[in-house]
Write a protein that binds this ligand. Structure first.
Ligand code: O2Y
Ligand code: MN
Length: 650
């Protein structure tokens, strides 16, 4: 089964120029036998014109960038240092959830079985054999006329016991150049793989690396013209074979669909590995925060898309004397050490941040770091060789320069009626270029996590911050996360369920995921961190944000920090522990309506309970852990006891 990508004893010799790029790059003969077999089986199927084993060197990178420029797929940005702009096909601009599958023999292991007649919101499942048949057809000859690149990569610092190795095959140079930024990539990884095999002499070798196969799905038989941005949008399929740690992606060259180390490996496959091995792979930023006395704590935080995760990860605190340093902005791998301390690494090596909305006021550190060694995708191009996107208006004087939009529309202006940059346009930048990168960010043991934050974009109902009563309640807070969609203005905004900000990224059933989280408290010697929920987005009756956000969020982090230190500054409320009056530092901040920011509005809270109840009943009618039902009942009881008018004022 799965001969497309599985290891076979039959070594097939294929007459292709293996050594075409061998000078200066990784040598085919140096590959471990099972890596060779993996490549050869896929060469046999995909029929590339050449194979290139990537060594990750700067010479190799330069060769690829030059090739992309020659092909017209990258434009050099003369205003910055070694930066490039890619413009994708308008049909290939984002992750495609409904084309992304978890493949397990039993559907129940991939997604909770929903109520009859209800569609699951918690992922897509396909039988592995059926998926293999489908993929075999798609991949047959799919790399004709192209080079297959072999990318050895490590998620996490190569020497970290928490890191994991992957090998991605791809026919896209853009993917290779991006993977070189987003992961540790090249010969050192192959060397580490060899060392690991020696260490694991008597264990199953198949587990040594995660196998990733990617194709843009646009073969080039002789005489066929290439596309500006090769892809095959009608046929996009992204499959995760959990039993074998295999990822296969077809038809898209963009983002999370094609940079397989990110969402596919570091979240979906890793969350499944983590469950089996007793750790966590989460959609969380990691930051270090230091108080004016020099005491430092680390926080991991999960927010759905469009809640400002990258901004928070590298925020400039407005509070004097406080410092925030960034370990990572998107993914955290966390494991309890032998002393029971939860430790986290950022498995990535780069930021793949959303460009629109990033500015000197929302994220000054990001604006600085992206001026070198960055690949931008689908942002607008300025006539002085720079970039532009919505939100950058105050950072750039457009009066003497012209703008070409992401679709190629020349002389774009804000009155053109179109967007300069695609809303999901990105910057792809090495992590170590961030001015506030944490000195411990590559610590192979990981950083100690003392608090976990959940959050969402909630215009009503949810206060600025509250704390879980205990671990089980904290898991319930994660399970019931909801966030407002940022759909185009003309579409109705909705509050969608996005448990743990993992809805698009669960690698196995959410019901089993909850059991795993609940079980961590009972692990030997585990000291579980405090859990909090934050909401920067509550609005007043006129629809204005009440809380200023951005650097001012440091005031909330300060309160969380003090709670971690054990200060008695919280009191009970219906949702959880909220700040006692005047315990959030408001010094230097103008008037903020703290009463509305923390108001318990009984009808809104009752509606929240009903929404959660419906979600559980429809989406997880059979396998919902009992502890979650108990928490829901307790919440309902606490809300029932609230007086009918607003209470709990600051
Ligand atoms: O649309 C894509 O392919 C990128 S999605 C993404 C990229 C970086 C960080 N987070 C996300 C996300 O959707 O959570
Ligand atoms: Mn993300």
């Amino acid at each position: 089964m799965l001969s497309l990508i599985s290891v076979s004893r039959r070594v097939v010799r294929i007459n292709i120029p293996w050594r075409r790029y061998s000078s200066g790059y990784s040598d085919w003969t140096s590959l471990r036998p099972h890596v060779k077999e993996f490549v050869e089986k896929n060469v046999e199927l995909c029929k590339p014109a050449a194979v290139h084993v990537c060594d990750g060197s700067s010479e190799e990178n330069e060769m690829l960038l030059n090739k992309l420029v020659e092909q017209g797929r990258l434009t050099k940005l003369t205003k910055y240092n070694n930066c490039y702009l890619a413009r994708t096909s308008p049909e290939d601009v984002a992750r495609l959830e409904e084309r992304t599958f978890i493949c397990t023999p039993n559907e129940r292991d991939a997604i909770p079985i929903p109520k009859k007649g209800i569609k699951s919101q918690l992922g897509y499942w396909k039988d592995p054999d059926e998926m293999e048949t489908e993929l075999r057809k798609k991949f047959s000859g799919c790399m004709e006329g192209r080079t297959m690149y072999v990318i050895p990569f490590s998620m996490g610092p190569i020497d970290s016991p928490l890191a994991k190795i992957g090998i991605q095959l791809t026919d896209s140079e853009y993917v290779v150049a991006s993977m070189r930024i987003m992961t540790r990539m090249g010969s050192d990884v192959l060397k580490r793989l060899g060392e690991q095999e020696k260490e694991r002499m008597f264990t199953a070798r198949k587990d040594a690396f995660v196998r990733c196969v990617h194709s843009v799905g646009y073969p080039l038989p002789p005489g066929k013209k290439d596309l500006e941005w090769p892809c095959n949008p009608q046929d996009v399929t992204i499959a995760h074979f959990l039993e074998r740690n295999i990822i296969v992606s077809y038809g898209s060259g963009y983002g999370g669909n094609s940079l397989l180390g990110k969402k596919c490996f570091a979240l979906r496959i890793a969350s499944s590995i983590a469950r089996n091995e007793g750790w966590l792979a989460e959609h969380m930023l990691i930051l270090g925060i230091t108080n004016p006395e020099g005491k430092k704590r680390y926080i991991a935080a999960a927010f759905p898309s469009a809640c400002g995760k990258t901004n928070l990860a590298m925020m400039k605190p407005s509070l004097p004397g406080w410092k925030v340093e960034c370990v990572g902005d998107d993914i955290a791998w966390m494991k309890f050490d032998s002393k029971g301390q939860l430790r986290a690494i950022n498995p990535e090596n780069g930021f793949f941040g959303v460009a629109p909305g990033t500015s000197s006021s929302s994220n000054p550190h990001a604006m600085d770091m992206i001026k070198a060694n960055t690949i931008f995708t689908n942002v607008a191009h300025t006539s002085d060789g720079g970039v532009f996107w919505e939100g950058m208006e105050k950072d750039i004087d457009l009066s003497n320069i012209s703008v070409t939009s992401w679709t190629g529309e020349e002389n774009w202006t804000k009155d053109s009626g179109t967007k300069a940059a695609h809303p999901n346009s990105r910057f792809c930048t090495p992590t170590n270029q961030c001015a506030v990168i944490d000195p411990q960010w590559e610590d192979s043991a990981g950083v100690p996590i003392d608090a976990i934050l959940f959050g969402g974009r909630r215009p009503t109902t949810i206060p600025l911050v509250y704390e879980a009563f205990n671990w089980q309640h904290g898991v319930f807070m994660g399970a019931t996360m909801r966030s407002e969609t940022t759909a185009a203005a003309k579409l109705k905004k909705e509050i969608r369920h996005d448990p743990f900000a993992m809805k698009p990224f669960f690698g196995y059933s959410f019901a089993q995921y909850l059991e795993h989280w609940l079980s961590l408290e009972n692990r030997k010697a585990a000291k579980v961190p405090k859990i909090f929920y934050v909401n920067w987005f509550r609005k007043d009756a006129d629809g204005n944000f009440i809380w200023p956000g951005f650097g001012e969020n440091s005031r909330v982090l300060e309160w969380i920090f003090r709670r971690v230190e054990g200060e008695n500054i919280a009191k009970g409320s219906a949702l959880g522990m909220v700040p006692k009056p005047n315990t959030i530092n408001m010094q230097g901040l103008g008037d903020v309506d703290m009463q509305t920011l923390f108001a318990d509005n009984k009808p809104d809270l009752e509606a929240e309970v009903e929404a959660i109840k419906k979600f559980f009943q429809e989406q997880i009618p059979e396998d919902l852990p009992k502890a979650m039902k108990q928490e829901l009942e307790s919440l309902q009881d606490r809300i029932a006891k609230l007086p009918n008018a607003d209470h709990n004022k600051q």
